[in-house]
Ligand binder design. Structure first.
Ligand SMILES: [Fe+2]
Length: 133
């Protein structure tokens, strides 16, 4: 489980809210996997996670483009890499590789914490300069 901490905040409320929601979905998947051992539910929540992460990446990328953020492409590549890996794992999971659940959830957790604290923090100055609060 990931508990929201102040150090995760990028100081922009719309983006913090979306990050909180992503963490919330991931925690639900971890709970379903650990406590219920419920693969159908875990899969469903992972599907929600993929869907919501796309919406969230699009929020960030739209602002990056609008504000001409210089590292837009690099940042977008991280999002694409995440989406590719997650969808591939999700498909393996669907086709019966249930052992992969723990691995997927651990990858999502590490990626999310790292991406929020390192990569996302790089756009803060640019976004704030352009009026986001
Ligand atoms: Fe991002």
């Amino acid at each position: 489980m990931i508990e929201w901490e102040d150090k995760f905040s990028v100081g922009i409320s719309e983006i913090d809210e979306e990050h909180k929601k992503l963490i919330d979905i991931l925690n639900k998947a971890v709970f379903a996997n650990e406590h219920n051992g419920n693969t159908v539910e875990t899969l469903e929540i992972l599907g929600n996670m993929i869907e919501y992460s796309r919406k969230h990446f699009s929020t960030e990328e739209t602002y990056m483009l609008k504000f001409k953020f210089p590292d837009y492409q690099l940042h977008k590549n991280e999002h694409l890499d995440f989406t590719d890996k997650t969808i591939r794992n999700y498909r393996n999971f669907i086709s019966g590789d249930y052992q992969i659940a723990n691995e997927i959830l651990e990858y999502l957790k590490q990626w999310l914490i790292n991406h929020i604290q390192v990569t996302d923090k790089r756009y803060i100055d640019c976004f704030k300069k352009n009026g986001l609060i």
